[in-house]
Ligand binder design. Structure first.
Ligand code: SAH
Ligand code: SF4
Length: 403
């Protein structure tokens, strides 16, 4: 690595340092965006691409947050960068570790909003479940996040930042001079946290491109799974512009039931969704699509449902992930009995599809699928409840304490 050439006098004599909130965050900028930002602040055009390469490595290979430590850049240039830019990730305001090792991070982002990110260690992998929005505009009736209105989309920086925060906590940035360790602690990403990723397409795409960049974090597109409730018009774009694996929150085998569980079905029904899904493996050059199916007692869990599901997905390379319903305060459903879930899985398995039953993880810290919701919102609600005259011990009160 070579020391950088001095930059122009104009750039160096730029006045005062901007306050941090006015400096541009480099985290979340794509390479072309970072290059344009460097040029706009005085980096000579002919040097900009190389500078991006150097800065990129510091941020995404080494996890650096301080320009002063970027030792292959001239001192003046480091100071210049610090005047205009920051390398910022969301602030961790709470970290909870479940009995099963699952870690839930409550993060504060600009505007004082909060999102949750969950790390799930398993024997052969470590999966980070990332949020794409604060809240969700959709209102799936079995989902806790769906009861929280949309506050805003996350930026690409806030999406990549969730991974960077987890790597900080897990100590996953290589030491100076050391090669990248063999195994990864965060080996997989699932976009299955709060929000509908395909309603925040550009930010999710840019964040995933940064995560996949070979000179940085370099996660393979086959280790990223995006879960959608079925935003049909964005499915082909996901294949073409991200190329990751796709999961779809299917959850029902008739439009009548799916309309109730996943209301976006009223816009794009099962037949329309399946047409888009049939195209996905070819467009993304990927293998199977994961069909997520939450098991709700007496609602979608009959043998007839299992047989209908098999008929519907015929011809699609698929895996069916059965998710025992995770309860949350006030939820209007119950988890199917274990025997029912197994009988359902058996029918699908006999039809030739993998049908793993997802073990709920991190339930004791409300980190399991569909349990995420900004804690401030929970706290605001419980504070409101606490302010009301006591009406006896309702289920909700107990649940509010549990969360
Ligand atoms: N919005 C996206 C991704 C986030 S939800 C989507 O809907 O696909 C991630 C998965 O958890 C989805 O399959 C969702 O349907 C499921 N889920 C939501 N609430 C759940 C609950 N209470 N129990 C089990 N799974 C749930
Ligand atoms: Fe939103 Fe997904 Fe929850 Fe539906 S299941 S409300 S799309 S987060």
């Amino acid at each position: 690595m070579t020391a950088s050439a001095p930059i122009t006098q104009d750039a160096l004599t730029l006045p005062r340092k901007l306050p941090p909130e006015e400096r541009t965050n480099l985290v979340g900028l794509t390479r072309p965006e970072m290059q344009a930002a460097l040029i706009a602040t005085g980096t000579p055009e002919r040097q900009a691409k190389m500078r991006v390469g150097q800065i990129w490595q510091w941020i995404y290979t080494r996890g650096l947050r301080d320009f002063a430590a970027m030792t292959n850049l001239a001192k003046d240039y480091r100071a210049h960068l610090a005047r205009h830019f920051v390398i910022a990730v969301p602030e961790v305001i709470r970290r909870e570790v479940s009995l099963d090792g699952t870690r839930k991070y409550l993060l504060r982002i600009a505007g004082g909003h909060e999102v949750e990110t969950v790390y799930i260690p398993e024997e052969d992998r470590g999966t980070l479940c990332i949020s794409s929005q604060v809240g969700c505009t959709l209102t799936c009736s079995f989902c806790h996040t769906g009861t929280q209105r949309l506050v805003r989309n996350l930026t690409a920086g806030e999406i990549v930042g969730q991974l960077m925060v987890a790597r900080d906590d897990l100590g996953e940035w290589p030491e100076p001079g050391q090669p990248r360790p063999e195994g990864r602690l965060v080996s997989n990403i699932v976009l299955m946290g709060m929000g509908e990723p395909l309603y925040n397409f550009e930010a999710v795409r840019d964040a995933m491109r940064i995560v996949m960049d070979h000179e940085g974090i370099s996660l393979s597109r086959r280790r990223i799974t995006l879960s959608t409730s079925g935003v049909v018009p964005e499915i082909a774009r996901t294949a073409e512009e991200i190329g990751c694996l796709l999961a779809v929150s299917f959850h029902a085998t008739t439009d009548a039931v799916r309309d109730r569980l996943v209301p976006i079905n009223r816009k794009w029904n099962i037949a329309t969704l399946l047409t888009a899904l049939r195209e996905y493996p070819r467009l993304s050059n990927s293998e199977r699509i994961t069909f997520e199916y939450v098991m709700l007692k007496g609602v979608n869990d009959s043998d007839e449902d299992a047989r209908r599901l098999v008929r519907l997905i015929a011809g699609i390379p698929a895996k069916i992930n059965l998710i025992p319903f995770n309860e949350w305060p006030g939820a209007p459903y119950e988890r199917s009995d274990w025997g029912r879930i197994e009988a359902f899985a058996d029918i699908i398995h006999k039809a030739g599809y993998a049908s793993p039953i997802r073990t709920p993880r991190g339930e004791d810290i409300m980190a399991a699928c569909g349990q995420l919701k900004s804690d401030t919102e929970k706290q605001r609600k419980s504070a409101r409840r606490a302010a009301l005259p006591a009406k006896g011990d309702t289920g909700n009160d107990r649940a509010a304490q549990a969360s």
